[in-house]
Write a protein that binds this ligand. Structure first.
Ligand SMILES: Cc1cc2nc3c(=O)[nH]c(=O)nc-3n(C[C@H](O)[C@H](O)[C@H](O)COP(=O)(O)OP(=O)(O)OC[C@H]3O[C@@H](n4cnc5c(N)ncnc54)[C@H](O)[C@@H]3O)c2cc1C
Length: 320
């Protein structure tokens, strides 16, 4: 009846999404009277394992080999599958990041067990209920899993509180891994950074522009506003399709799913595909000249006006 978290980490630090998963895992494990395990895959995990000892779990499993030094679904599944079969956890929580969204369904398929994606709320009664946005965030559906365990659940970033740390020290166990390099079919050979600073999914403040921005140069206004507020610039699908912003900046169904503290939508109508990526933002401000634009239905604050008049005033006021 144990609950597992598959941890994500960068430079010996576990990610915020993992801390949120630990907080949620702790709630579930307390309710089910179960133990909470953090499973960490990677290479040279010594420093990280020390950081994890008081992260809130009962046990930490370390799976360490050079073949896990970067994420590949083959190496991760090859390492996790025998461990899961041996220890039979009930629930596995995975942050809903690029890698998590790749891993979770493949792992569930390999195990032939249930998978619920992108949970933004969890309720535990006699069953566990996962609430997730559906139809582009226009409704919230509640799902529960059935059949063989473990159930694999991905958690929407920033929808859950982070675990603050524990006085309890987790037992750290290293597990041998039996995978070969020939079993890894796809590997990343290199990275090229296309965005400076914080990425969209980690940003606390996002200023997004849509078709209403009219042309690429006008995004400079959004960059200026983002600089003043300490945020990053995002875009709607229409702005990306027009070539004004790179696809890496797209928010929505086929872009990034974000939940910042503040989301300012400028000249964005609020199509369901856009709302799917940002409707769980803590505070939404919309600037749109059409007072009937659907974005105002999800906005906490709306400015019905021409963004070319509103934005310069906002920038001047914020500068002051
Ligand atoms: C399969 C699929 C996947 C998709 N995935 C995504 C996705 O991931 N993300 C996404 O965003 N879209 C996505 N789309 C596209 C989506 O359906 C919409 O077409 C898109 O979101 C519209 O972008 P927009 O709001 O910028 O443009 P529009 O809908 O054209 O809205 C522009 C808005 O700007 C306002 N405006 C114009 N001028 C001004 C001004 N001067 N001042 C203030 N307001 C002004 C207008 O009133 C209007 O509301 C997808 C579509 C499909 C079919």
């Amino acid at each position: 009846m144990n609950v597992w978290i598959i941890a994500e980490h960068k430079a010996d630090i576990i990610t915020d999404g993992t801390l949120e998963a630990i907080g949620t895992g702790r709630l579930i494990s307390n309710k089910l009277n179960a133990k909470l395990f953090i499973v960490v895959l990677g290479y040279e995990l010594f420093v990280l394992s020390k950081n994890l000892s008081n992260a809130g779990a009962d046990n930490v499993y370390l799976l360490e080999t050079p073949l896990l030094s970067q994420y590949t679904s083959d190496a991760y599944i090859g390492s996790l599958f025998p461990l899961i079969k041996q220890h039979q956890p009930s629930v596995i929580l995975i942050p809903s990041t690029c890698n998590g969204r790749d891993l979770a369904p493949k792992l569930a398929a390999k195990l032939k067990t249930a998978y619920a994606s992108d949970a933004s709320k969890i309720d535990i009664d006699r069953e566990i209920f996962f609430t997730r946005p559906a139809y582009g965030g226009r409704l919230l559906s509640t799902v529960t899993c059935r059949g063989e365990k473990p159930w694999i659940i991905t958690l929407r970033p920033r929808a859950f509180g982070k675990f603050a740390g524990a006085s309890k020290i987790a037992k750290i166990e290293k597990h041998a891994i039996d995978i070969s390099s020939s079993s890894i079919r796809t590997m990343i050979k290199g990275f090229e950074r296309t965005q400076k600073g914080v990425g969209l999914t980690e940003a606390d403040i996002i200023i997004s522009g849509g078709r209403g921005m009219k042309k690429a140069e006008n995004f400079k206004m959004l960059e200026e506003l983002a600089k003043i507020l300490g945020g990053v610039v995002g875009a709607s699908g229409a702005a990306v399709d027009a070539g004004w912003m790179p696809h890496s900046a797209q928010v929505g169904q086929t872009g990034k799913v974000v939940s910042p503290k503040l989301y300012i939508a400028c000249g964005i109508s609020g199509a369901p595909q856009h709302l799917a990526g940002m409707s769980t933002s803590k505070c939404i401000v919309a600037i749109n000249k059409d007072p009937d634009a659907p974005i105002f239905k999800v906005a906490d604050y709306g400015i019905a006006g021409d963004l070319f008049e509103v934005l310069p005033i906002l920038i001047e006021e914020l500068k002051r």
